[in-house]
Design a protein around this ligand. Structure first.
Ligand SMILES: [Zn+2]
Length: 340
């Protein structure tokens, strides 16, 4: 009996098939009610009692071997198409590679988050503007020399249709359309007819901030600037204001922050001065308020604006502005920030 079982075990293990029909024949021959294994189980009653345990185990092993063989062969034929193509479906899948946020988006989002904590909300407007919203409503009268400060791409002349030269144009829309008080933040793309170099581009990004209410003072502006500088560049950052000129603000100032790389001691990035210029700002010129239908005797406001490329270059120590637009993956992959 044991000899018979071992002989059959060998036969089962050695069996191979070339199609599913052969597997089915094999199953019927060995595993059906009239099959070889059932016959051996039938003979089991004749086995002497003292051998029953060992023979029983051997018989069970035989049955398991036959069942495993049938399942294994069935599987191999069911998946035969994949076998022929050389695919191994049991391999782990390739992970999907996610891109990273563009550094300009990271910095823009960070700035938006800081101002959102002060109650500013995002406001957007068209990139193709008319003369009124880009210039006249912001106190750039026709023939005013201040218009030459921004080399403009015109789409049409008379009436002037142009690519906006600053996001202040969105503020002109907001002043005319929004309910007071206004606390808006205008991120966006702007266009100027400038030669492309390491420090300038004909397309770049700005983010501006406008606050108009009763009793808004220069102290509010200074506090807002100080809060932004500390949140963005670090707790120890100091600000410095220098008088400047913009057509839409009076008084106007340029804002410097203490160099975050050398802490104010002087280094290459701050050219030894310990200060970095980050943005322009000022109190909204009463003319601008009146031009946009806001009573300048009752309301005052401040505005500030910065170039996102410039801030990003300062934050990450990037020396060439053109890198932002080349989309070189080796450059872009270096930027990650939690929470964006
Ligand atoms: Zn420095």
């Amino acid at each position: 009996m044991v000899g018979k079982i071992n002989e059959l075990l060998e036969e089962l293990r050695a069996f191979t098939a070339t199609n599913l029909d052969e597997v089915e024949q094999f199953r019927i021959k060995h595993l059906s009610k009239k099959g070889t294994i059932a016959a051996l189980f039938g003979d089991f009653k004749n086995v002497p009692n003292e051998e029953k345990k060992a023979v029983g185990q051997l018989l069970n092993q035989l049955k398991t071997t036959a069942l495993d063989k049938v399942n294994e062969l069935k599987d191999s034929f069911t998946n035969s198409d994949f076998d022929k193509s050389g695919l191994d479906l049991s391999l782990p899948a390739d992970s999907v590679k996610l891109g990273s946020r563009h550094p300009l988006s990271l910095v823009k989002n960070e700035i938006i988050e800081i101002f959102a904590r002060l109650g500013f909300t995002i406001s957007e407007g068209p990139e193709i503007e008319d003369d009124w919203h880009n210039f006249s409503a912001l106190n750039f009268p026709e023939e005013h020399p201040a218009r030459d400060m921004q080399d403009t791409f015109f789409i049409e002349k008379n009436p002037d249709i142009l690519l906006r030269t600053h996001t202040s144009s969105v503020q002109a829309h907001d002043m005319a359309e929004m309910e007071l008080p206004i606390r808006c933040l205008t991120p966006g793309r702007v266009f100027r007819n400038e030669a492309i170099s390491a420090r300038a581009h004909c397309i770049f990004h700005q983010i501006e901030c406008l606050y108009i209410d009763e009793n808004v003072s220069f102290a509010d502006l200074k506090q807002t600037l100080s809060y932004f500088a500390k949140e963005f560049f670090g707790e120890k950052t100091e600000i410095r204001l220098r008088p400047s000129y913009f057509p839409f603000t009076e008084p106007s100032a340029e804002v410097d922050v203490t160099c975050s790389l050398c802490g104010g001691d002087g280094c290459n990035v701050c050219k030894g001065t310990g200060w970095l210029e980050i943005l322009g700002c000022g109190m909204v010129d009463p003319n601008v308020l009146d031009l946009n239908g806001i009573d300048s005797k009752k309301y005052t406001g401040f505005a500030l604006g910065m170039g996102i490329e410039r801030i990003t270059m300062l934050k990450y120590g990037i020396k060439d502005l053109r890198l932002f637009f080349e989309n070189d993956i080796r450059f872009l992959e270096q930027f990650t920030a939690a929470g964006f």
